[in-house]
Write a protein of this length. Structure first.
Length: 224
């Protein structure tokens, strides 16, 4: 059994292989800035220690192809630039609702949805929010029973998370995306940080992983 403080020394990286026991979920592999060989080696150290549903995030196509080859059964999502290694299906708990209103915001939204699902949350995707007709938003939100938490991806002016928060009695996790505007992501980030509606919390630009992880913790009341 892997000790909760166990670390794998790979020379180019120190991999926290005990995080799964400490936190309930293994360390994710952030692929940007790493070679494909480094990503595969880190992932192998995690799965070799018994970790399941290991997430490789921000992976370019070349890395996704290598992960699919190196890990039979890996679930690869090109648009979200994410792979789930050693996947184990989990019965979805509660409900996380992931919302956006533009196709350009869907990759970040989908990353959040996939992360929450891999961790064990039930996720509902709603990628058709009426962003150009805010008056229609109350009716659109009322079409389904409320989830435990919302993740709202927006890369324009960042108003959508605040609008949603003003209409629901649940926490809203704002996910600003770099898709849109003259200052990609920054306007959406600043707008969300300055939201006047209480109950909005914010992750950094394009951080679908962080949004999905946080949503799962809220959805399961920290019982991971």
């Amino acid at each position: 059994m892997t000790a909760p403080d166990a670390v794998a020394e790979l020379g180019f990286a120190r991999v926290d292989i005990g995080r799964g026991r400490r936190r309930g979920h293994p360390e994710a592999v952030f692929c940007e800035g790493k070679t494909t060989a480094e990503v595969v080696a880190i992932a192998e150290s995690l799965t070799g220690a018994g970790a399941v549903n290991v997430l490789a995030t921000r992976a370019p196509d070349e890395t996704l192809h290598a992960l699919r080859t190196a890990f039979p059964g890996a679930v690869v999502h090109e648009r979200a630039r994410l792979a789930v290694l050693a996947p184990v299906a989990r019965r979805g708990t509660g409900r996380v609702e992931v919302v956006c209103g533009r196709p350009a915001d869907e990759p970040a939204a989908e990353e959040a949805a996939l992360v929450a699902e891999a961790m064990g949350s039930r996720v509902v995707r709603r990628y058709d929010a009426p962003v150009h007709d805010p008056a229609a938003l109350p009716g659109w939100l009322g079409e389904q029973d409320g989830p435990a938490v919302f993740v709202v991806a927006d890369g324009t002016g960042g108003a959508l998370p605040t609008l949603v928060s003003g209409l629901v009695d649940r926490m809203v996790i704002a996910l600003p995306t770099s898709a849109g505007g003259h200052l990609p992501g920054k306007a959406a980030l600043l707008s969300a940080l300055n939201a006047c509606s209480p109950g909005v919390v914010v992750v950094n630009i394009d951080n679908g992983y962080g949004a999905g992880y946080a949503a799962h913790l809220v959805n399961t009341r920290g019982a991971v």
